[in-house]
Design a protein around this ligand. Sequence first.
Ligand code: PRT
Ligand code: MG
Length: 214
Amino acid sequence: MITLALSKGRIFDETLPMLAAAGVRIAEDPEKSRKLILPTSRADLRVVLVRASDVPTYVQYGGADLGVAGHDVLLEHGGEGLYQPVDLRIARCRMSVAAPDDFDYAGAARHGSRIRVATKYTTVARRHFADKGVHVDLVKLYGSMELAPLTGLADAIVDLVSTGATLKANHLREVESIMDISARLVVNQAALKLKREPLRALIDAFAGAVEQAA
Ligand code: PRT
Ligand code: MG
């Protein structure tokens, strides 16, 4: 049996067509079912549904043989024990610094002021500001980063942006783009040795689906 870890929402929705291209169908709709393990049209392949940030952990410890995780999630996890053979180019967005319309981020950075930054992505944020020589105090949050500057909790945030609508609705603007983000296929390195043939075939199928979509 091969176990594929996915998270509900955009990762599941955007992985589905890639699985279909590989001839794999999933009968159940995860938004309607309460099941956490979904069978597929292939008797030897099942899907487990986990939190987006738990996908690397499941694959690292062998709870799943492979999974789909955002590059943002992988950078925070560290990627230990994970083979990352394919950039799936799905669930795309960018990681950016954003601040209220009336906060002079560039000026504060230039003058060496300490900027308080709220984020879920402390590893990436710490590295980014250190590289730029910008002095920051990082505040770790687990969600709704956009609220932090509006309540005075922070001067700025580091968050994912796709359309920009969420920032706009909260009177924030992107002041610096840190990196482009997309979802990656991750594979347990031990499983790759033990189940080499079927896992290689799946990796190749995903890579083929990426080529087709390009
Ligand atoms: O929701 P949960 O807490 O369970 O986990 P999660 O939020 O990590 O999961 P999910 O499904 O929302 O995101 C899974 C992956 O999708 C992330 O790890 C990213 O790699 C990728 N992705 C792509 C995004 C976005 N686009 C995105 N726009 N993840 C989150 N967002 C959020 C962003 O944080 C912000 O709040 O959407 C909002 C901004 O969207 P726009 O369109 O208004 O700019
Ligand atoms: Mg979410």
